[in-house]
Design a protein around this ligand. Sequence first.
Ligand code: HEC
Ligand code: HEC
Ligand code: HEC
Ligand code: HEC
Length: 237
Amino acid sequence: MIRKLLKPQLLTFLALFGLVVLSSALADEIPYEGLKKCKGCHKSQFQSWRQTAHGNAFESLQAGVKEEAKVKAGLDPEQDYTEDKDCVGCHVTGFGVEGGYEIDDPSKYTINVGCESCHGPGSEYRRLHRKAADKYEKTKETTPRQILADAGEEYEFIERCKSCHMNYKGSPWPGVAEPYTPFTPEVDPKYTFDFDQDIRDKEAMHEHFKMEGMFTGPPLPPFHEEFQNAAKPISKE
Ligand code: HEC
Ligand code: HEC
Ligand code: HEC
Ligand code: HEC
């Protein structure tokens, strides 16, 4: 439906980069909202996320934090980088786009690499989560997952990860553009991004919790079943 609005040349151009990029380009026109609403309904994931590297990413920009890593990457460990536009973008949620983090008007709901950095801008799909939950509670009827994807919810993840992790000078990632991350595989091989390994990293990713199954059908990422099989029960408080 939205695709009809695009000029054919643009569509061909986008098609060259594959549907993943096309769908995330469209998704990014939906405003970000921050995690205020998400955290109320997903307390378990929120509490787990707060303990992760992504949930604390902004702190790394403060003076005197991670000094050794900064020196190794040629940065000044005494400098405060929390208002530096060349740094902030990958350490917050939705920088430079509608509803996302702003240096001049920082919000505690978009600080750090939050829910929407991975799951996509949530102002539309989060309403569908509520509707589906109401319907399920009343009738036990499920909702097709496809409507969430159409409302901007991300199911591939990889391009979003790469837009921060693979965005360095000389990177093989086709989307590369300034500002770059200073933490490249050349600085230390440990900064090499490996999607299949990193998506399972317990220091960086929130824990997984068993879902009731209100949403059904495609799209689902290939690791979904593995994560749900090992998932914990949701804590009710
Ligand atoms: C908005 C930018 C952004 C996005 C999107 C993002 N990350 Fe990160 N990630 C970071 C930053 C910044 C850190 C470092 C946090 C810190 O220590 O300050 C990090 C840290 C990590 C780490 C721990 C360090 C390491 O490399 O071992 C892993 C693993 C990781 N991310 C995986 C992922 C995966 C997988 C995805 C996609 C599902 C993803 N990230 C999406 C910015 C991002
Ligand atoms: C293009 C995205 C991007 C930009 C721009 C960016 N970073 Fe990061 N930063 C990351 C990612 C991704 C990681 C996680 C790397 C990893 O551990 O694999 C990270 C990690 C870090 C770390 C932790 C490194 C460690 O070993 O624990 C610090 C400190 C940091 N960044 C500071 C900065 C500063 C200061 C700037 C600006 C000069 C900056 N970043 C700009 C993406 C970015
Ligand atoms: C660094 C990326 C990343 C961030 C940040 C992130 N998630 Fe997730 N999340 C994932 C991945 C990957 C899955 C697994 C998807 C699957 O199994 O289909 C997931 C799964 C989920 C699920 C499904 C149930 C489960 O536990 O697996 C919910 C709900 C969820 N996330 C909510 C959140 C909320 C709320 C936040 C913010 C507080 C958040 N996520 C932040 C990557 C992320
Ligand atoms: C009104 C409550 C509510 C809000 C607000 C909400 N969600 Fe959900 N969300 C749910 C429910 C209920 C489910 C279905 C869980 C199940 O089946 O167990 C769900 C499912 C999910 C899933 C899994 C989707 C799938 O395909 O299975 C993710 C990821 C998720 N939410 C992330 C978020 C994020 C990120 C936000 C904020 C932008 C958010 N949610 C806001 C209630 C909510």
